[in-house]
Design a protein around this ligand. Structure first.
Ligand code: ATP
Length: 427
């Protein structure tokens, strides 16, 4: 039996991953098969609360190997084995969803699906890369051997079905710990994040050393204490001993599509679609310009504006060093109005030559320096009247302050789905 939920939380509280721990309590007579899955979907959908994540568990009768994947008063193991179907599962799960969802908040529209079959993988691909219509999700659900309920405008069904359809070919893990309920909404006490980051070779996005900012604890009043991300479950479990400060009420280790770049689609500068994320190649055609607020913009192939917004902090200093003629590959989300690419990652493929003016052109006959006729109007020799163009000026090459290669936004500005260079360069 596959069980998926989405859209149960609001900015004021709750977290869909926490609700899964409550559902595991409810279905205590069944075993958890494989890891619970936290699946991130299109980060550009306007109605997401935070990271556009949906959660899936598989329940059944475990028979073979077991792995420790959580703790909630007792150890939670995941198994391989047979799946089972329970008749009243939807009713039981719905009670838990209604008990914990932030349904009183506008914008919280929970979706709950219990299924004996996996939806087609395309349902995931579309939802991670594009915007899906609720009618399409409902018609897919109607064709499946499943039961489902949507609350509010039922939009949560989109994420729940898409998450169920995910096949974890490339994947990472996130260990999420939860606070004792009496502390929800209070300031989190956490020590040891820097140590965890330094001591775990295969973890990523825990601490921004330059901004001196942690990236594991949410800022909202939700039940999460912290979440650490990485390639290796065992290493992540080390956080339970390294990160200290508050007692942990429960924890769960999720398999996720985070840090995989699965939201990115190949595109061309003139063909990008709003609300999607793309990988494009192009040439810089304007000098980067900083506007009030600290956002930096430049043009690519004279067709598309690319942006490094203020939250990308020091990444903007790299972008400011670009000049027309630089050949780039950019990864990022497309904003609709005005059509702009929000850079997540950049590969400087080829730097163009940077030249500075040394002198006005020399008259070929008189060997004297010519004089400017006016702004962008060219030059004339005062003695013999010979004319020269703007591009005839004498220049010298200056060294570029930028190197070819990959650059990425800092940890504090990273999207959950963005593949960190630490992973890109491994492949
Ligand atoms: P959190 O990460 O804290 O769980 P969230 O950012 O996941 O919150 P949700 O509250 O789940 O935000 O809201 C996202 C909503 O967008 C859900 O209703 C989900 O079904 C829907 N959704 C997700 N992906 C798509 C998509 N590609 N097209 C249309 N709707 C989508």
């Amino acid at each position: 039996m596959l069980l998926a939920i989405d859209d149960t939380d609001s900015r004021k509280g709750m977290c869909t991953t926490f609700l899964i721990t409550e559902l595991l309590r409810e279905f205590d007579e069944l075993d958890l098969m494989d890891h619970p899955r936290l699946v991130r979907l299109n980060p550009n959908v306007p109605w997401k609360t935070r990271g556009n994540g949906a959660v899936v568990i598989r329940l059944g009768n475990g028979v073979e190997k077991k792995d420790l994947v959580g703790f909630d008063g007792k150890e939670i193991f995941s198994y391989t084995g047979e799946y089972v179907d329970t008749e009243d599962a939807l009713e039981r799960a719905l009670k838990v969803v209604e008990r914990w969802s932030e349904t009183s908040e506008e914008g919280t529209n929970p979706g709950l699906i219990i299924s004996n079959e996996k939806p087609p993988y395309e349902m995931y691909q579309e939802a991670v890369k594009d915007v899906v219509k609720l009618e399409d999700t409902i018609s897919a659900l109607e064709k499946m051997d499943c039961r489902y309920t949507g609350l509010g405008n039922k939009r949560g069904l989109i994420g729940a079905l898409a998450a169920m359809a995910w096949i974890p070919s490339d994947h990472t893990y996130e260990l999420i710990t939860y606070r004792e309920q009496h502390r929800w909404g209070t300031k989190r006490k956490l020590n040891g994040i820097v140590r965890f980051d330094k001591e775990t070779e295969h973890s990523f996005d825990s601490y921004d050393h330059e901004e001196k900012q942690q990236a594991v604890a949410p800022r909202s009043p939700c039940p999460v204490l912290y979440g650490v991300r990485g390639e290796r479950p065992k290493e992540l479990l080390g956080a339970l001993n390294i990160i200290e400060g508050e007692s942990i009420d429960r924890w769960l280790l999720f398999k996720t599509n985070q840090a995989t770049d699965e939201h990115i689609q190949e595109s061309k500068v003139g063909e990008v679609k709003p609300w999607t994320s793309v990988h494009i190649k192009g040439t810089v055609t304007s000098l980067p310009k900083t506007i009030p607020g600290g956002h930096v913009f430049f043009d690519l192939d004279e067709e598309l504006t690319a942006a490094a917004y203020e939250p990308t902090k020091r990444f903007r200093e790299i972008v400011k060093k670009l000049i027309p003629g630089d050949k780039l590959e950019l990864y990022g989300g497309i904003r609709e109005e005005p059509l702009t690419l929000n850079i997540e990652k950049m590969k400087v493929v080829e730097l163009s030559e940077k030249k500075v003016k040394v002198a006005n052109p020399q008259c070929p006959d008189c060997k004297k320096r010519m004089s400017s006729i006016g702004k962008n109007a060219g030059f004339r020799c005062r003695k013999c009247g010979t004319r020269a163009e703007e591009f005839d000026i004498e220049t010298k090459l200056v060294e570029r302050e930028l190197e070819e290669g990959y650059y990425e936004v800092p940890v504090c500005a990273r999207r959950h789905l963005s593949k960190p260079l630490k992973r890109v360069l491994l492949v």
